[in-house]
Design a protein around this ligand. Structure first.
Ligand code: ISL
Length: 573
């Protein structure tokens, strides 16, 4: 019997502070706003709240560029407000985890200010500085051809000290040098101990496999022709000292507390490698986010060169990451949304008016039936959808989308087709979709803010149709369906949270049918991912299938036919 550790059975709810609830009508969400919604979160059936960065920051990357780990971004509130939030969670039996962003800091962090002061500064080595290279014609070149996640070179020239510094993300997010033990200790003290001592219950660990980059920093192979900067994640992810660093972090800090950690693990397709991070014996991380599911459909040269995907690919990904822990002592996660992704209804099902509610419930069934710790993102519980395709690029705010859009426009000399393709990709995958203000009710700006001229980010056109207030009292709403599914998941923990996954008819492009088994118990889940009727091929399992839950209220049509976007969970008795 797997041990019933709180972070395995708990459901996590992610909050993006800028967009959750504005309590002081400045157009930006804040911590008192979150505190005012804790009962709502508890009532939904949540156990753990994950708060995206609320630290002090110049906000070039929505707070993932931290200028002080020990302070709160003033528009969000104060350290005292955060202590109130911890208490509000704990007094209701909820836990609170913070976002730990320690691959890089803001260029306005005191450490970087000192580091860039001179080559002789004691903190020079806290970041990754390298001399320029020179082309045959004498042109100054960066140390290698790595592309940053937000387009352009991953190196920034510093006039003052005449060297480049590395930034895998924005120019304003210099990478910390983890090779330096003093730096590592400072990170543990400032970013971790400071908050653990205040009672936070753990961390979602940003870009956790990028700390160790080796010291050679070789060029990446050229896959994006005609441009100098190349995607290089295979060179900076999972570097030589990665596991050593995480064991050290665990021994020196985490092991002293009853915490949970979930690390972001991009660029790591090999399940055996993932197990090294999450195996319980090795004491590194409790679980990770593997990226295959959210990368679905993204282009090979850049995510915003959308290529689309087939249902069989999605099924194979789910199966792979469900099964990688079979027979091991590792653990996994279940998620399809976060603040870096388009909304799941729009990406994986249908946000057409006639199907979007049913689609949201279909995905809720899938999420709640899978093994691992379940993460849901604010607004997912009411079926929030992507921004309308009528919104122009000017309504988007995210640095990743905007930089890529403008770089393609520039590179292709405003080629209509190339730019339209990027725009279409952003309409599906853009990070902004998840960052629209939370839709609380049908009052102006969805009840998110009382500011006269609106929130920092445009409110979704459909907030009157999709909001919390209207769903709370509607028995068949998406919100009430999520509540019911979360209860069902808990009531049948063995099967749904801990059971063994088995996929059926995996090449079928219309339906996803899978089984969950635990001891003698068995469930069968049938999901129709199309807008037409599809045959339900009953898998070869023993016993009679008894309907436990469905997203259409009983069986719509016949036993052996699934109606559009219908989802069912059966118990095999
Ligand atoms: O961005 C990606 C692909 O375009 C990912 O592979 C990326 O490594 C991952 O999503 C990192 O994201 C996290 O760190 C970023 C921040 O902008 C994101 O919001 C955060 O989730 C930098 O701190």
């Amino acid at each position: 019997v797997p041990d019933r550790i709180w972070w395995k059975d708990g459901t996590v709810y992610q909050i993006y502070p800028a967009s959750y609830k504005d309590s002081n009508n400045d157009g930006l969400g804040d911590i008192p706003g979150i505190v005012s919604k804790i009962d709502y979160i508890k009532d939904l059936g949540i156990d753990i709240v994950w708060l995206s960065p609320m630290y002090d920051s110049p906000q070039h990357d929505m707070g993932y560029d931290i200028s002080n780990y020990e302070a709160v971004y003033p528009p969000y509130g104060t350290v005292a407000d955060l202590e109130t939030l911890i208490e509000a969670c704990h007094s209701r039996g909820l836990r609170l985890i913070l976002d730990l962003v320690i691959n890089h800091t803001s260029d306005e962090h005191q450490w970087f200010k000192e580091s860039r002061r001179s080559k002789a500064d004691p903190k020079r080595d806290w970041y990754i500085w390298r001399p320029a290279k020179y082309a045959a014609d004498g042109t100054r070149m960066p140390p290698n051809n790595w592309r940053s996640f937000f387009s352009g070179s991953a190196w920034q020239w510093d006039e003052h000290t005449q060297e480049y510094y590395l930034h895998l993300f924005a120019t304003q997010q210099p990478d910390l040098n983890w090779e330096n033990a003093t730096t590592r200790r400072a990170i543990y003290d400032s970013a971790m101990e400071f908050w653990l001592q205040k009672g936070v219950d753990g961390f979602r660990v940003d870009t956790v496999n990028m700390y160790s980059k080796g010291t050679e920093l070789p060029d990446a192979p050229v896959i994006d022709q005609g441009i100098f900067e190349q995607p290089a994640s295979s060179l900076f992810c999972n570097g030589p000292r990665m596991h050593e660093f995480l064991r050290e972090m665990n021994t020196q800090v985490l092991s002293k507390y009853d915490t949970m950690t979930v690390g972001e693990l991009p660029g790591t397709p090999d399940p055996k490698h993932v197990l090294r991070y999450v195996g319980s014996g090795d004491k590194q991380l409790n679980m990770i986010f593997q990226f295959d599911i959210v990368d679905l459909g993204g282009g090979k040269t850049h995510k915003y060169e959308y290529e689309g995907y087939q249902l069989s690919e999605m099924k194979a990904i789910v199966a792979k990451w469900q099964q990688f822990i079979d027979g091991s002592d590792g653990w996994t996660t279940v998620f399809c949304e976060n603040h870096d992704q388009g909304r799941s209804v729009s990406r994986f099902a249908s946000d057409a008016p006639e199907w979007r509610e049913r689609s949201s419930k279909l995905l809720a069934i899938m999420m709640c039936a899978l093994t691992g710790t379940l993460f849901i993102y604010q607004g997912q519980e009411i079926g929030m959808i992507n921004a309308p395709t009528t919104w122009p690029i000017e309504d988007y705010k995210d640095i990743e989308s905007l930089n890529y859009y403008h770089s393609v426009a520039k590179r292709t000399n405003n080629d209509t087709e190339a730019v339209a393709h990027v725009m279409k990709s952003i309409q599906i995958l853009g990070r902004d979709h998840a960052r629209l203000p939370m839709q609380w009710d049908s009052t102006p700006y969805a009840g998110f803010t009382g500011k006269k001229d609106g929130a920092w980010m445009r409110t979704h056109d459909l907030y009157k149709e999709i909001n919390v207030a209207s769903q709370l009292n509607a028995p068949d709403s998406v919100l009430n369906f999520w509540k019911k599914m979360l209860q069902t998941r808990k009531a049948q923990k063995d099967l749904f949270i801990h059971g063994r996954f088995e996929g059926f008819d995996m090449d079928n492009q219309e339906t996803f049918v899978f089984g969950k088994t635990f001891g003698k118990d068995r469930a069968v889940v049938a999901l129709n991912f199309t807008d037409s009727e599809q045959p339900f091929k009953r898998p070869q399992v023993q016993g009679k299938l008894q309907l436990l839950v469905s997203n259409v209220g009983g069986v719509d049509g016949t036993e052996d036919m699934l109606s559009p976007y219908e989802g069912r969970v059966y118990l095999a008795l």
